[in-house]
Structure formats: C-alpha cells, structure tokens
Design a protein around this ligand. Structure first.
Ligand SMILES: Nc1ncnc2c1ncn2[C@@H]1O[C@H](COP(=O)(O)OP(=O)(O)OP(=O)(O)O)[C@@H](O)[C@H]1O
Ligand SMILES: [Mg+2]
Length: 275
C-alpha cells in the first residue's frame, strides 16, 4: 500500500490481483485514430474562431498545439469537449462517438478528460477527497465517510497519487498545496476517470522551472497509457515533451511537424515566433 492514509479505508479485496482493470470503454480506435476533426468551423457571430480545421490524432500520440493568443486553441478544446458546438464540420472520438451530438457529460463519460488552465480543485477538501470526488459517480465516496472503496478505485487512487507525486500529501487540504501541486492534483482528478484522451490547456502556466520539468516527466509517463493533446506557450516545455507539433493561427493549421521543423517555417516565424 502506497499511502498510509489509504489504509483507513475498507476495501473490497475480492478481485484484487494488484492490477488495475479500468472499465472497458466503448471508443473504437480500430483504425488507429483517436480523434477526427474534419473541416470544423466555429463562428461567434461574424468572427470565425476555427476556420475549416481538419486534425487527426492517433491513438497513443502526444500532440502539442501551439500558436499565438486568440489562435483558437482553447476553442478547439471546447469543441472536443462539447462546450462549444462546431458551426460546420464533424468531430469524432474513435469510429463511434460523434462528439458534436453529445453532451459535455456524455463526452466525459466516453473517455475524454480535460484540464482547464485555472486549477479548480476544492481548496477546503483534502488531496484524497478531491481525488475520490473525481472518481466515476458509482465509485464516489468521501474520505470522511470511510465507506468501502472497491479494489479498482483503490488501485487507480494509488497509481494516480504516485503519478502526480502527492502520495505523502493525501491528508493536506488542497488549498495548502503549491500552484504546481494544485495543477497536478487536477490532472490526478482526471486520471481517476481513466480517460483515454486527455486534453491539457496550458498546464505549466505559472509554474516554477522545477515544477515545469516535473510536469514534462508526468506528461511523458501519461503517454504510456493515454492519448494526449497539450496546448502550451512554453517552448522549453514543448521541446521536452513534443513529437508532432501543430501550429494554429487564426483558427487554421499553419504548420505541422517536429518542433524544430515548425520553428524554421517562415509563416510560423512571421505570425508567432517573431524574428
Ligand atoms: N464564446 C466566445 N464568444 C466570442 N468570441 C470568442 C468566444 N470564445 C473565444 N472567442 C474568440 O475566439 C478567438 C479564439 O480564442 P481562443 O480562446 O480559442 O484562443 P487561444 O488560442 O486559446 O488563445 P490563448 O493562447 O490566448 O489562450 C479569440 O479571438 C476569442 O476572443
Ligand atoms: Mg487559450
């Protein structure tokens, strides 16, 4: 058992074999593509935030999205998570889920987790309770109730605490964590849902250099079991984690390739990186 505090919980040991068995999800990645956006446009009145955007994210990929302020990066995440509806075009999660027709809750349940830029942890609750509150509804129990945690939830909890480096802070009110630790806790809250696709919007904004480095390591570990889309302005962070980078500008793709490739692209230099 990782955290001593966890031993206060009764848990259903019957199926415990030390392995985590996340619920099988319905998303069908049989073609190797986790996310399809095809010719997506988003209009806000007469302003076009996304402009005929087509994007394909492979299963297991860690895709970085960069671009100037107002390029449409957050709008893209809003479209994937159902917060904003595409005015035109289609958005599919695997072969089966037509995200444009699903509610934000249905999209989350289908296996897509999103971290917003501002941490939204419950400051008065402990790290442990924040994570347990984020568990799927049928498994949700509060620490103070000391109800039974089933083996799956307990395994997910322990693995998550290790991933986010908060194993020794389970009893601490989240409000007392550093900014970086709050960001990791929020990523942990996503992990409690065992998402297949994780969207991170500016995860290292406001972090110290050391916290940024830890977050890069965390992203690379998450990549072993998840597909990730990461939006960031911090180029040293992008350099540490990136494979394929997509540059967005004025709602459309300006360039795609390795960071080194896009950094040499004339159009990218003009519109984003500057000379
Ligand atoms: N709900 C909305 N109504 C009207 N305009 C919006 C709305 N949401 C976003 N926009 C506009 O769409 C454009 C794209 O915004 P978005 O937040 O997607 O940019 P971004 O690439 O995430 O920028 P940043 O790097 O600053 O976070 C901006 O001009 C923004 O003002
Ligand atoms: Mg944004």
């Amino acid at each position: 058992m990782t955290a001593q505090a966890l031993d206060e919980y009764d848990y259903d040991d019957d199926h415990s074999d030390g392995l985590s068995h996340p619920k099988p999800r319905g998303a069908d990645f049989s073609h190797g593509i986790a996310l399809y956006l095809e010719e997506v446009s988003v209009w806000f009145d007469s302003f076009r935030a996304l402009n005929n955007l087509s994007l394909y994210i492979e299963e297991g990929e860690l895709r970085c999205i960069i671009g100037p302020n107002g390029a449409g990066k957050t709008t893209l995440m809003d479209v994937i998570t159902g917060k904003t509806r595409p005015t035109e075009g289609s958005v599919f999660f695997g072969q089966t889920y037509n995200l444009a027709t699903m509610s934000t809750e249905q999209i989350a349940e289908s296996g897509i987790g999103r971290k917003f830029q501002k941490p939204t942890v419950f400051e008065n609750f402990s790290v442990l309770d924040n994570l347990l509150l984020a568990a799927p509804k049928d498994k949700r129990v509060m620490g103070s109730l000391r109800r039974r945690l089933d083996a799956d939830t307990r395994n997910t909890l322990e693995a998550t605490l290790e991933q986010i480096r908060l194993t020794d802070k389970t009893r601490l009110p989240a409000g007392l964590l550093s900014h970086g630790q709050k960001q990791w806790l929020e990523i942990g809250m996503l992990l409690m849902q065992s998402p297949k696709l994780i969207l991170l919007d500016e995860p290292v904004a406001g972090m110290t250099d050391a916290e940024t480095e830890h977050t890069a390591e965390l992203c690379l570990r998450l990549k072993q079991n998840h597909t990730l889309i990461v939006v960031e302005h911090d180029m040293s962070f992008i350099d540490a984690i990136s494979e394929k980078v997509t540059v967005l500008a004025q709602g459309a793709i300006l360039a795609e390739g390795t960071l080194a490739e896009v950094q040499e692209n004339e159009a990218v230099i003009e519109s984003y990186l500057g000379r």
